[in-house]
Design a protein around this ligand. Structure first.
Ligand code: SIN
Length: 281
């Protein structure tokens, strides 16, 4: 039951815009409202929030337990806050392909709270795709084909020494010695732990193959699912301004940070919230 002041307006394609909340002064009741709306809509967009790093940490802790990303550089003095940064000199960006955060973990992150600090004069939007809707839109044959399947997710090809982050110019993300680049196995169709709804849980960024099949054997079906998941009617685009916040559920959405602002600076602060092991729908 939403608090009277809180307005949630469905966005076209995916997610919802939320108004009437100051995330810097989140009450317990509002934190419950935000969690409930997140599980329902998959991603929430907030405008004109003036969150200090302390308030960013406090609002995250009001909603869940923080899961510190082992690859991203942290904001000085705030180990909980990952810097998502692209300088005018860099060509590659962070998150510049469809993915969902931490699917390589045994207990994938519940959500990510991204705060825009500095945005380019034009570009740098983020796309989101709805994985509840992607499952819902599968026909009976496709549902039968993936029923009971599990998939292996990995991080080494991105954050390992020869990974895409290093081969591009996001070398700050390369796993430091001793930091593991894990693989984990999850159901291809999960029952969302918060909403109880089925969601498609594979993603182009981190899903490597189906359990018991090679990558070559897995790719035709994976690629069909990936193409299905990003049909325009299930995708939305969020244009950032400093102070904008997007809070997405990693079990119910994918996202893609567009890299169309070369020569300009973009800085975002991200806090990731811990999740649970995922069960099949
Ligand atoms: C990310 O993939 O977490 C970053 C998204 C963005 O910078 O828009």
């Amino acid at each position: 039951m939403l608090h009277d002041r809180v307005r949630v307006r469905k966005a076209d394609g995916c997610g919802a815009h939320v108004e009437g909340i100051d995330l810097g002064r989140l009450t317990e009741r509002e934190a419950d409202d935000v969690r409930e709306a997140l599980f329902e809509h998959g991603v929430l967009f907030f405008r004109d929030q003036s969150l200090t790093p302390e308030q960013h940490v406090a609002m995250a802790e009001a909603i869940g337990r923080i899961d510190i990303n082992r690859f991203f550089p942290a904001l000085r003095g705030y180990p909980q806050i990952a810097k998502v940064e692209k300088t005018p000199e860099q060509r590659s960006n962070i998150g510049g392909g469809w993915h969902t955060d931490h699917s390589y973990d045994a207990e994938p992150a519940m959500g990510s709270i991204l705060v825009a600090r500095e945005t380019p004069p034009i570009g740098g939007d983020t796309l989101f795709a709805d994985m509840y809707a992607a499952y819902e839109a599968l026909d009976d044959d496709a549902r039968a084909e993936i029923a009971g399947l599990r998939a292996v997710h990995g991080s080494g090809h991105v954050f390992g020494a020869a990974g895409t982050a290093t081969r591009g110019d996001q070398t700050a993300l390369t796993a430091r010695p001793g930091v593991e680049t894990p693989e984990s196995v999850h159901p291809v169709v999960i029952r969302h732990p918060g909403s109880g709804k089925p969601a498609l849980y594979v993603n182009p960024g981190f899903t490597l193959r189906f359990e018991g099949r090679s990558r070559e054997e897995s790719l035709p079906l994976l690629q069909r699912l990936f193409a299905h998941a990003i049909q325009p009617e299930r995708v939305c685009r969020f244009a950032w301004r400093p102070g904008s916040v997007a809070f997405w559920d990693n079990r119910a959405t994918w996202h893609f940070a567009l890299n169309d602002y070369h020569g300009h600076y973009r800085l975002m602060h991200r806090i990731t919230l811990a999740g649970v092991a995922l069960e099949a729908a």
